[in-house]
Design a protein around this ligand. Structure first.
Ligand code: S3P
Length: 434
């Protein structure tokens, strides 16, 4: 059992060393479960993220009649029921904290012959859902929200038809919801993106044998085919590796190796941002695994300086801003982030959570509606609130490594949504986190 405490204290304690094997990718794990469930045959998933988010998706699929076995930790055998084999659950489907789970399932369930109700925890219940329900309605779906928020009541038995849709915000979740609904639609479903986002749904649909055309920023498929069971090797999650990339970059004398991390170019914006700040991060053993680029990351301490973050990097590092803010606070000079308004509708308002937390540690931060300016330099001790947001909690654990006093972080239980075992892995390479 992993130990999860509600409050953590993180303290400085010298250089970080060792090899840190971070858990499997959250985005890939969700999708592997969903496509495995709709496939004909049994799919074997290895490297599956044993997080609360992905387990919630597995539990929902189980409620919908899919048998999923756990032969070992980090493995799942998904016995697919075929495209039309799901059956309605008599009760609500609980997505927990997972926006990815809820939004993708909304698309998947829109084309079924039964009604469903998707619910989530307190944080998920405040997250905007019209971004998926409106385009799904254009396809013929009927999904009721509570003023745009969960629960989502998905009415089945509505014939879906393909649409050509340009995403108003860069969102892989919205794109994926439309593509999953498109499996059940008459005609072509086409999605165009202003900024390309992670393409795991597209890649995985192709791997499961569904005809799909995609290039960065564009995807098109038609309904009426079948999914073939496929084994999936899930790479380590770059977003989990991110905390260690920042940690070793800011603690003098550190060197960490992070093996077999997924390096899909739509995920590695933080790597580029840290390098612009002066970080020393090398990629070794670059290879392909399960159709995804994977490599070992070797990060060595190097003094960082502030930057004006190029806006083009924002979608490729959308989950990494809390970690970047800590790198910025530890760097020399000012870092400016703009074009990142999406951060306000993540598991918490991440601009506000980070700005308030850093200010509590004595850092000067100016908030903007779509970003912030952070004056790097000295980080002090103090108490911060994670707002139940896993990435805020882990980011302040990293800040504690270079803080002048202890950093107390409230409400860390949700770290288990994406990174079970963080505390143990972190302490194993030199954190002082309790
Ligand atoms: C995800 C897409 C991103 C990201 C989330 C996972 C996915 O969300 O923040 O953690 O798996 O598709 P948006 O689509 O809302 O940007």
């Amino acid at each position: 059992m992993f130990v999860t405490r509600l409050d953590w204290t993180s303290q400085a304690g010298g250089a970080l060393h060792g090899s840190v094997r971070v858990p499997g990718d959250k985005s890939v794990s969700h999708r592997a479960l969903m496509l495995g469930a709709l496939a004909d045959g049994t799919s074997h998933i290895r490297g599956f993220l044993e997080g609360e988010d992905t387990r919630a998706t597995a539990a929902v699929l189980h409620q919908l009649g899919v048998r999923i076995e756990t032969p070992a930790d980090g493995e799942r055998l998904v016995h697919g029921v075929g495209l039309h084999g799901l059956r309605g659950a008599g009760e609500s489907l609980d997505c927990g904290n997972a926006g990815t789970g809820m939004r993708l399932l909304a698309g998947l369930l829109a084309g079924q012959a039964f009604d469903s109700t998707l619910v989530g925890d307190e944080s998920l219940s405040k997250r905007p859902m019209r971004r998926v329900t409106e385009p799904l309605a254009l396809m013929g779906a009927q999904i009721d929200t509570q003023d745009g928020l969960p629960p989502l009541r998905v009415r089945g038995r509505h014939a879906l038809h393909g649409i050509r849709y340009t995403l108003p915000v860069a969102s892989a979740q919205v794109k994926s919801a439309l593509l999953l609904a498109g499996l059940y639609a008459d005609g072509d479903t086409e999605v165009l993106e202003p900024h390309p986002t992670r393409d795991y749904t597209e890649r995985m649909l192709a791997a499961f044998g569904w005809p799909i055309e995609f290039t960065p920023g564009y995807a098109r498929l038609s309904g009426g085919h079948a999914l073939r069971a496929t084994d999936v090797d899930v790479p380590a999650d770059f977003s989990s590796a991110a905390f260690f990339l920042v940690a070793a970059s800011i603690v003098p004398g550190s060197k960490l190796r992070l093996p077999a991390v997924g390096l899909n170019p739509r995920r590695t914006g933080l790597l580029a941002a840290l390098r612009l700040m002066g970080a020393d991060i090398r990629i070794e053993n670059e290879r392909e695994s399960g159709g995804e680029p994977v490599g070992d990351l070797v990060v060595t301490y190097a003094p960082l300086h502030g930057i004006e973050l190029p806006e083009a990097l924002v979608p490729d590092m959308i989950d990494e801003f809390p970690a970047l803010f800590v790198a910025a606070a530890a760097a020399k000079g000012r870092t400016v982030v703009r074009g990142a308004a999406e951060l306000r509708v993540k598991e918490s308002d991440r601009i506000a959570s980070m700005a308030n937390g850093l200010r509590a540690l004595g850092v000067t931060v100016e908030e903007a509606p779509d970003g912030a300016s952070i004056e790097g330099g000295v980080i002090g001790g103090g108490t911060i609130d994670s707002h139940g947001d896993h990435r805020i909690a882990m980011s302040f654990a990293v800040a504690g490594l270079v803080a002048e006093g202890a950093v107390r972080i409230r409400d860390c239980a949700n770290v288990a949504t994406s990174f079970p075992g963080f505390l143990e892995l972190a302490n194993g390479c030199g954190f002082h986190l309790a």
